[in-house]
Write a protein that binds this ligand. Structure first.
Ligand code: PLP
Length: 353
């Protein structure tokens, strides 16, 4: 669309169209210059191999070690995961050319949703094209101007954007600050529902939300708890269920959003899991679910196999936990810059470029 209007503008003899394009170029080039000047330009390396601990990168001879993927369990290129993706592609095709509610729901989508709910010990689950979409689609569908949402100030961008889209009253509490959360919960007593929203594990600093304290404050002030588990699902907790399992509050967290694009095969996709009526409401009202294409079968097949591997056998999770303990407690890890706020967590803080 944009390209064709640019083309029309180029062809048009009208000077106004031409000058509008020139103005746009000037504005955008100024913005780009500003980003370069601020030293925050993001450049992308081009990988020419599969994802993994050792990858090939365009322009660099030989392989390089890769410490920055969220491929926590190494499942992105696991042979059984790839095989399951190929099989789903063969059996169910490249894609549905449809949203879920028009004609884009296959048996594999329903099976994966049931498996996700089982994995998290929740009543039901709903798939999204990404966790960004799950976060964008949750708050607006659930909360009204009568309600309130209380959000950690360092929550992921997609939670922030999702909250922006809803009409509930918004409270932002200081990062991990339980006194501030309590003050905001007291203030929010006047609203109908209160929803506390937090990342389970914060990828930028490698710290973990104090879910026990959050859940007990939520119980005291009549609030629900929502946790984004993108950097926890599959590997935190004794059986990899996530931060709620790690901190013993599985039954106190009401809603979990997470991704299939990190530990669970790394392809893409996200989900919400929680109480059955909430999931049913999301199927009716959640805009990124209603108005975006179904997850491709190959992606569903890969994620489903990743979950099977985790649910059949705890060996992968135990192995990553042992490696984390070994490296997290080694002086070389911090002296070479691979520090984590919590030594038993797999996250290394991401250093801005
Ligand atoms: N939430 C958190 C905490 C994340 O780190 C990310 C991805 O970086 C997302 C949500 C978005 O996940 P997805 O890549 O599935 O859109």
């Amino acid at each position: 669309m944009w390209v064709s209007s640019v083309w029309r503008a180029k062809l048009s003899p009208g000077r106004r169209a031409h000058s509008a394009l020139a103005q746009l170029r000037g504005i955008v080039e100024g913005e780009l210059e500003g980003i370069r000047g601020a030293g925050t330009w993001r450049s992308e390396r081009v990988i020419t191999s599969r994802q993994g601990p050792c990858i090939r990168v365009d322009g660099i001879p030989g392989g390089i070690l890769n410490f920055c993927a969220n491929n926590y369990l190494g499942l992105s290129s696991h042979p059984e995961v790839i095989q399951a993706g190929l099989q789903a592609l063969e059996e169910f095709g490249a894609g549905l050319s449809s949203t879920r509610f028009i004609c884009g729901t296959q048996s594999i989508h329903k099976n994966l949703e049931a498996k996700i709910a089982r994995f998290h010990q929740r009543e039901d689950a709903i798939l999204y094209p990404s966790c960004f979409d799950a976060n964008a689609g949750l708050f607006e569908a659930l909360l009204t101007p009568e309600d309130a949402v209380l959000s950690d100030e360092l929550n992921h961008a997609s939670i922030i954007d999702g909250i922006r889209l809803c009409k509930a009253h918004k409270y932002r509490y200081r990062h991990l600050d339980m006194a501030d959360l309590e003050a905001k919960l007291k203030e929010a007593q006047k609203h109908r529902l209160r929803l506390v929203a937090t990342d389970g594990a914060f990828s930028m600093d490698g710290d973990i939300a104090p879910l026990q304290e959050i859940c007990s404050l939520a119980a005291r002030y009549g609030a629900l708890v929502f946790v984004d588990e993108c950097h926890a699902t599959g590997f935190l907790g004794p059986t990899g269920r996530g931060t709620d399992e790690l901190l013993g509050v599985t039954d106190q967290v009401t809603i979990i959003n997470s991704t299939l694009g990190k530990a669970l095969g790394g392809a893409s996709g996200g989900y919400t899991t929680g109480p059955e009526p909430l999931i049913a409401l999301l199927r009716q009202r959640s805009r990124p679910y209603l108005f975006s294409n179904s997850l491709p079968p190959a992606v569903v097949g890969c994620a489903s196999k990743a979950l099977d591997l985790l649910m059949e056998d705890n060996a992968i999770i135990q192995s990553i936990a042992a490696k984390t303990r070994r490296h997290g407690h080694r002086p070389w890890a911090s002296s070479s810059g691979f520090t984590s706020a919590t030594r038993d967590i797999q996250l290394c803080p991401q250093v801005p470029q």
